[in-house]
Design a protein around this ligand. Structure first.
Ligand SMILES: Cc1cc2nc3c(=O)[nH]c(=O)nc-3n(C[C@H](O)[C@H](O)[C@H](O)COP(=O)(O)OP(=O)(O)OC[C@H]3O[C@@H](n4cnc5c(N)ncnc54)[C@H](O)[C@@H]3O)c2cc1C
Length: 261
C-alpha cells in the first residue's frame, strides 16, 4: 500500500470539491474494491474521500412508478427490504446473490455501479430496468452510462448519488457464480415493462454489460433465444466464449421460470 491521506466528507459539495481540487483523490464507499486495490498496489491515490457520513445517500424509496436507491445503500439492505422485494423482486434477489455476507454488508450500489466490473451483477439490473443514474450534477440514462470494462460516463470528480429504477411489471435475475469469488460467470436480468416488452441485460459473459436484443425479439415472437452470440464474449481460465454464450441461454430460461405470472 502506498501512503495516502483520509478525509471524511462533510457534505456532498465538500466531497466533490475535494475530488475537483485533487485529481488523484478517490471517493470511498464500502471499500470492498478500493481498499484491496490499494493494498495490492493496483491503485495509487493521494487521498480517499470517505462518503460514509453522507446520510442522504443511504435512502431507499419505493414509489408507484420508480424505486430510488441511494449510492451508499449496502447490498444486504437491498436484499432485505420487504417493500423492494414486492416492487422489484428481481433486484432484491440479485442483491442477495452478490459475493458473501461480508461483501453484502459493506459493498454498496454506488460503488458497484461506479466500478463497473464486467462481472458485477447490478449493471444488468440498471440496464434492463431502464434506470437513471443520478449524480451530484446531472442525470444519466443507463444506456449512456456504461462505457466498457471498468469505465463509465462519470467524470473523475463526479459522484453517484442514487439510482432510480423503473418499476417493471415483473422482474427476475439468474446468475451462474464463479465459485471462488461469487462474481457472475454470466448473469441475465429480465424486466417485463408491459407494453414496452421484455428487456434483457447480460453481465459477466462479455467485456461489459449489454442489452440482449435478439433475446428480446425472440421472446416477443414466442421463442426462446438459445445461446448468446456476440463478438465480445469473454474467454479466460474459467470458461470459453462458447460456454459463456450457452450459459446466457440457460440463465435466460432460469430467469423466465422465476417471473411470476
Ligand atoms: C470477495 C468479493 C466478492 C464479490 N463478489 C461480487 C459479486 O458476486 N457480484 C458483484 O456484483 N460484486 C461482487 N463484489 C464487489 C462488491 O459487490 C462491491 O460492490 C464492489 O466491490 C464495490 O465496493 P464498494 O461499494 O465498497 O465501493 P468501493 O470499493 O469503496 O469503491 C469502488 C469504486 O467506486 C468508486 N465509488 C464508490 N462510490 C462512488 C460514488 N458514490 N460515486 C462515484 N464513485 C464511487 C470508488 O472511488 C472506487 O473506484 C465482490 C467483492 C469482493 C471483495
Amino acid at each position: 500500500m502506498y501512503a495516502f491521506s483520509y478525509h471524511a466528507a462533510r457534505s456532498l459539495d465538500d466531497a466533490v470539491q475535494r475530488l475537483r481540487e485533487d485529481p488523484e483523490a478517490r471517493p470511498l464507499a464500502g471499500g470492498m474494491t478500493l481498499i484491496p486495490s490499494l493494498k495490492h498496489r493496483l491503485a495509487r491515490v493521494s487521498q480517499v474521500v470517505d462518503l460514509a457520513p453522507l446520510f442522504p445517500l443511504r435512502a431507499l424509496e419505493v414509489g408507484d412508478k420508480h424505486v430510488q436507491i441511494g449510492a451508499l445503500v449496502a447490498h444486504q439492505e437491498v436484499a432485505d427490504s420487504p417493500e423492494l422485494a414486492q416492487a422489484l423482486p428481481g433486484l432484491a434477489h440479485l442483491a442477495g446473490l452478490i459475493g458473501d455476507p461480508q461483501v453484502r454488508a459493506r459493498g454498496t450500489l454506488g460503488g458497484s455501479v461506479a466500478n463497473n466490473d464486467p462481472a458485477a451483477d447490478y449493471p444488468a439490473a440498471v440496464l434492463a430496468l431502464d434506470a437513471t443514474l443520478i449524480t451530484d450534477r446531472r442525470e444519466i440514462a443507463a444506456a449512456d452510462f456504461f462505457m466498457g470494462m471498468f469505465a463509465t460516463a462519470l467524470a473523475s470528480d463526479e459522484l453517484l448519488v442514487a439510482v432510480r429504477f423503473c418499476r417493471a411489471r415483473r422482474s427476475a435475475y439468474a446468475k451462474f457464480r464463479q465459485s471462488a469469488s461469487g462474481y457472475a460467470m454470466a448473469g441475465v436480468f429480465l424486466a417485463d415493462l408491459g407494453p414496452a416488452g421484455l428487456r434483457v441485460a447480460v453481465t459477466g459473459a462479455c467485456d461489459g454489460v449489454l442489452r440482449w436484443h435478439e433475446a428480446e425479439q425472440a421472446w416477443a415472437q414466442g421463442r426462446l433465444p438459445g445461446a448468446l452470440h456476440h463478438p465480445g464474449l469473454q474467454e479466460d481460465l474459467h470458461a470459453s466464449a462458447r460456454y459463456r454464450g450457452h450459459l446466457a441461454g440457460v440463465l435466460f430460461e432460469q430467469a423466465l421460470a422465476q417471473l411470476s405470472p
